[in-house]
Write a protein that binds this ligand. Structure first.
Ligand SMILES: [Mn+2]
Length: 332
C-alpha cells in the first residue's frame, strides 16, 4: 500500500481554515449521526467565523435524526444554486476516502482546496489539509478539538449536533472506543443545557410500527455458523416493501446480532431496490478486525464496525463473505 502523506497539526489545520472564505461541506453517502452532526457543527462554526458556506450531500437527511435541524442540508440533485460550483474549498468529514462523498465529487474542481476531518484509521489523507485522529471515538470529537482550538464556546445547536455525533458513534457511550475524553466532551456539551433525555429518546427509542414489524421478520431469519460465532441476516428489497419500511428503519438492526452470546462477527446484508447491489455492514465483538474483512471486499471502516458494497445478487455476496470468513479466520 502506498504510504499516506502525514496529517496536519491542529494549529496548521485551523490556520488554513481561517485563511479561506468559501466552503462547501459534505460527508459520506447514507449519512448517520456522526457524519451529519460533524458537518452541521462545522458549518455553524465557519459561519460564525464569517465564512460563506453550503452543505451538500448525495443523500437525504435521515428522518430518524429529527432531533437535529436539516434546514441547512442540501441534496446535490436539488441544488438549483449555480453558486455551489464556484466554491474554492471543500470540507469533508467522516470519510476515509473522497469516493465516500459519492456524486458530490462532481463539484470538485481542479485547484479546489480539500479539508479532511476524520477519525477512520483507514483515512487516506486525500485533502490538502488533513486533521485525522484515529483514536477519537467520533469525527464529532475531532470537530470539538477545532472549536476548542479556536476558542469558540459552543452554542446549543452545535452542542446538540456534536452530542448526536459522539453518542451514535460510541453506541451511547457503550463501545470500546469510548474514552475519558469522550465523557469529558459529553459533560461540556450537556453543560450548554441541551435536552439529553429528549435527544436520547428521539435517537434510540422512537420506532414506527412498520419498523417493529420489519425487525420481527428479520429476527425470525437470523442465520449462524461456526457454533454461533458468526451471525447474519439477509434483507431483501421486498422485506422493506411488504413491511412498509425504509432502509433507514433497518439501521441498527445489526445490534441484535451482536447481542448473541457466542457471536464474534456479525453482518447484515441489504439488497438495493433494483436488486443489483448489496450493502453489507460488519460488526465485531471481541478481537476480530472487521475493517480487514471489509477492506478485502473494497470497503472499510473501523476494527469493530465496517462495511462494503457488492455488485452481485445477495446470495452471491453471502457465499463470498462466508467463503472468505472460512479461509481467513482460523479460530471460527
Ligand atoms: Mn464516525
Amino acid at each position: 500500500m502506498p504510504k499516506k502523506p502525514a496529517g496536519n497539526s491542529l494549529t496548521e489545520f485551523c490556520r488554513a481554515l481561517k485563511a479561506h472564505d468559501h466552503f462547501l461541506l459534505s460527508c459520506h453517502v447514507t449519512p448517520e449521526g456522526d457524519a451529519i452532526g460533524s458537518i452541521l457543527a462545522m458549518d455553524s462554526l465557519l459561519r460564525r467565523l464569517g465564512k460563506k458556506t453550503m452543505v451538500v450531500a448525495q443523500d437525504p437527511f435521515p428522518k430518524r435524526l429529527f432531533c437535529l435541524s436539516g434546514k441547512r442540508w442540501n441534496r446535490l440533485q436539488d441544488l438549483k444554486n449555480p453558486e455551489a460550483r464556484h466554491f474554492k474549498a471543500l470540507l469533508v468529514a467522516d470519510c476515509p476516502t473522497l469516493e465516500r462523498i459519492g456524486k458530490v465529487r462532481e463539484l470538485v474542481k481542479p485547484g479546489m482546496v480539500l479539508f479532511n476531518i476524520d477519525h477512520h484509521i483507514s483515512n487516506l489523507h486525500f485533502g490538502q489539509y488533513n486533521y485525522v485522529r484515529p483514536e477519537a471515538a467520533a469525527s464529532g470529537e475531532v470537530v470539538f478539538d477545532i472549536f476548542k482550538h479556536l476558542k469558540m464556546p459552543l452554542n446549543k445547536d452545535e452542542a446538540r449536533n456534536l452530542y448526536v455525533a459522539l453518542s451514535t458513534d460510541t453506541g451511547s457511550f457503550k463501545y470500546g472506543n469510548t474514552t475519558v475524553q469522550s465523557h469529558r466532551m459529553a459533560a461540556e456539551l450537556i453543560n450548554t443545557g441541551i435536552d439529553i433525555e429528549g435527544i436520547n429518546e428521539q435517537l434510540y427509542a422512537t420506532y414506527s410500527l412498520n419498523k417493529i414489524q420489519l425487525y420481527s421478520r428479520l429476527l425470525s431469519r437470523v442465520k449462524t455458523a461456526a457454533n454461533g460465532q458468526v451471525a447474519w441476516v439477509l434483507m431483501k428489497s421486498k422485506d422493506l416493501r411488504e413491511c412498509g419500511a425504509s432502509d433507514e428503519d433497518a439501521e441498527g438492526f445489526i445490534d441484535f446480532l451482536k447481542y448473541l452470546r457466542e457471536v464474534k462477527v456479525a453482518f447484515f446484508m441489504s439488497e438495493s431496490l433494483s436488486q443489483d447491489t448489496v450493502r453489507v455492514s460488519f460488526r465485531s465483538k471481541g478481537t476480530v478486525d472487521v475493517n480487514k474483512i471489509a477492506t478485502h471486499f473494497k470497503g472499510g471502516g473501523h476494527r469493530k464496525a465496517s462495511g462494503c458494497l457488492f455488485y452481485t445478487s445477495i446470495e452471491d455476496a453471502e457465499a463470498k463473505i462466508l467463503g472468505h470468513l472460512q479461509k481467513k479466520i482460523s479460530y471460527l
